[in-house]
Structure formats: structure tokens, C-alpha cells
Design a protein around this ligand. Structure first.
Ligand SMILES: C[S@@+](CC[C@H](N)C(=O)[O-])C[C@H]1O[C@@H](n2cnc3c(N)ncnc32)[C@H](O)[C@@H]1O
Length: 331
């Protein structure tokens, strides 16, 4: 498929002509975070954000005030359970529009964004809503023969997938391990989560003691079998499609989060991983103390209806697709 010219496309095509096909993580990094033309950077320079009604997709964070109120109650409970100080730091890692600043006003709220240094060491909570799905991944094609890296090439004026070198080292081991779970398809596409560990290490350097709360869509190792074509997706104007090589910089690209891997890498850093649960169960537990009375507090009947609808969206619209993983450090 031919793609419309855009400056980032030219830049990436030139890189490929000079240095050969790119790893997908390099393509995705540029598509999302190139300082001049990346999807997130360009939107921010234009004082727009890709999330929300005028953007390309919604996140739970936009369901305000209900999401903010419930998360605030849940984080307060974590603070009590871990004996953290009142008003401790909450680092909103991958904060985007920082919509959690107001609801988390009772904490010391610190937004952290791509390309920014990690905050100075603190005791508290790292909150990461839809951060990990936005981290660049590599892509491999697996099957009976050796798993191979899929790189991005440039042919006839369009980006294309190119089967490249066999996987080696830790990513070969990762692919072999997940491949043992696959039954049925002769070949399948697997994303290699090459940026999870570097981000966890940054968080580990920043958080002296406390918890990391991850909310995202994803799968466990046992569930990998559900995604033989991989999980990469692009979002534009609230429509999802699978052509992630189209129009770099103009659309979002995401990959489901491999929660088993994330938990293992965090454990290797000395963190304790809790159970993985659906967002709906987590929200229900957070609201059960007062049966959502404080979450649904409203000035008028009309507002109450709006808040009830928000709660329904979170519990039933997003609550089954999204998962929560709590990790603790030094508890
Ligand atoms: C899908 S958006 C989610 C934004 C927000 N948390 C929400 O729920 O609406 C992902 C965000 O993560 C940010 N991000 C990506 N990589 C990051 C990194 N290594 N450190 C901090 N933020 C990052 C992106 O710039 C983007 O704002």
C-alpha cells in the first residue's frame, strides 16, 4: 500500500536507504516520539493531545471525575497498607495531559513524561495508566523454523515488513518460551517487549519504597495463544486498524502488555508482584468501602446521572479489557 508523503516518512526512508531495514522498535520510537514529527511530540507542540474526544483514542483517565475519585481512594488504601506518609509522592508515569493532577491533589503529584528525567528518589506510589502499551517493541515471526526478527524496509514508496536475522540470546529464549504455549498456527507474530526493563529500572531508581500500580490492556504468558497475529494496533480518529507502518507520526501505535514478563522483570529487581486482576474488580474493591457514595457525590440529579454513566463505562466498557498489576518495593 502506498503512503502519503510526510516529513517523518522521508526521514525514516532515508535512514533505511543509508543503514538498511530498521528494527520495529526504532520505527515505533520515531513514529511516536521523534522530537520534531513523532505522534506524541508533534501533538504536544501544537498544544493538542492525542487523547480525548478531539483526539484519536480515549483512556480511562479521561473518565473524570469518577476515575480520578476511585483511583484516589485506591491509592489512599495502598498508602495506608504500606504505612506511607500522608501526602506522599504519586509519580504519574506517562502522565499525558496530567488529568490525574486534580483528583490526586491530596498527594504530592509528580507527572513524568517521555524524554524527561526520572524524579528524585521518593517514597510513595508510581501510577502508570496506559504507559506500558505505548513503549516501543520489536517484532518476531515464529514457527517451526528459527524465530526471526521482522524489520521495516522501504519498497516502491511504502514501508514494508522484511524477515531478517534469526533471534539470538535473551529474545530467542523469550520467543522459544512463548512458542511452547502456541498450539495450532504454523507461524505467528510475537512482540518483543524490549523497553519494559529499562523503564522499570528508571522507576526502581526513583522509588525508594512503595508501590507501582500498572493499569493497561495485555495478556499473561498462558494467554499469548490468543494473539497469533500479534497485538500491534494503530489508532486514528477513534478507529483501530492493523497497518502500523502507515503514516508514521500521524497515528498512535500500541502493543498489548505482556504482564507475566513485566512481573518477572520487576521481581528480578527485587519488587514483589501481586495478583493480576481486571480493572473492574480493582475499581469495585476501591469503591466498596462506602458503596461508591463518595465517588458518585453530585450537586444535582443531572450530574449524578452523568457520574453513574461514567462508573458504568469504567466497570463494563473498560473494566474487563483492562488489567491492574500492583508491585511493591521494600514493603
Ligand atoms: C497512551 S498515553 C497515556 C497517557 C495517560 N496516562 C492517560 O491515561 O491518559 C501514554 C503516555 O506515556 C508517555 N510515555 C511513553 N514512554 C514514556 C517513558 N519512557 N516515560 C514516561 N512517559 C512515557 C507518552 O508520551 C504518553 O503521554
Amino acid at each position: 500500500m502506498r503512503v502519503r508523503a510526510n516529513p517523518l516518512q522521508e526521514k525514516l526512508a532515508e535512514r533505511i536507504r543509508s543503514h538498511g531495514p530498521l528494527r520495529f522498535s526504532a520505527f515505533m520510537e520515531a513514529a511516536l516520539y521523534d522530537p520534531d514529527h513523532g505522534y506524541y511530540s508533534a501533538a504536544r507542540r501544537a498544544h493538542a493531545e492525542p487523547t480525548g474526544a478531539a483526539g484519536d483514542f480515549f483512556t480511562a483517565t479521561q473518565v473524570q471525575p469518577v476515575f480520578g475519585r476511585i483511583v484516589c481512594a485506591a491509592l489512599r488504601r495502598i498508602r495506608e497498607e504500606l504505612g506511607l506518609a500522608e501526602g506522599c509522592t504519586v509519580a504519574d508515569w506517562g502522565a499525558g495531559r496530567a488529568l490525574m493532577a486534580e483528583p490526586l491533589g491530596g498527594f504530592r503529584y509528580v507527572p513524568v513524561e517521555a524524554g524527561q528525567p526520572a524524579p528524585a528518589p521518593f517514597e510513595g506510589i508510581v501510577f502508570a495508566n496506559e504507559l506500558f502499551d505505548a513503549l516501543p517493541v520489536d517484532v518476531a515471526r515464529c514457527g517451526a523454523a528459527a524465530a526471526r526478527m521482522m524489520r521495516v524496509g522501504w519498497r516502491d514508496g511504502a514501508f514494508c515488513w522484511i524477515e531478517a536475522e534469526p533471534l539470538a540470546g535473551e529474545w530467542k529464549e523469550y520467543a522459544d518460551r512463548l512458542s511452547r504455549r502456541m498450539e495450532g498456527p504454523e507461524e505467528w507474530i510475537l512482540e518483543l517487549p524490549v523497553r519494559i526493563e529499562p523503564v522499570l529500572r528508571q522507576m526502581d531508581g526513583a522509588l525508594r519504597r512503595g508501590a507501582l500500580m500498572v493499569i493497561d490492556y495485555g495478556y499473561t504468558e498462558r494467554e499469548a495463544v490468543r494473539f497469533p497475529r500479534g497485538t500491534l494496533m494503530s489508532y486514528r480518529r477513534h478507529a483501530a486498524h492493523e497497518d502500523v507502518l502507515r503514516d508514521p507520526g500521524m497515528q498512535d501505535i500500541t502493543a498489548h502488555v505482556p504482564f507475566t514478563f513485566l512481573g518477572e522483570r520487576a521481581s528480578a529487581l527485587g519488587w514483589r508482584a501481586g495478583a493480576l486482576e481486571d480493572l473492574s474488580s480493582w475499581l469495585l474493591r476501591a469503591g466498596e468501602r462506602d458503596m461508591f457514595a463518595s465517588v458518585l457525590r453530585a450537586e444535582s440529579e443531572e450530574e449524578e446521572v452523568r457520574l453513574r454513566l461514567q462508573l458504568k463505562t469504567l466497570l463494563f466498557g473498560m473494566g474487563e479489557a483492562f488489567r491492574c498489576l500492583r508491585l511493591e518495593k521494600g514493603a
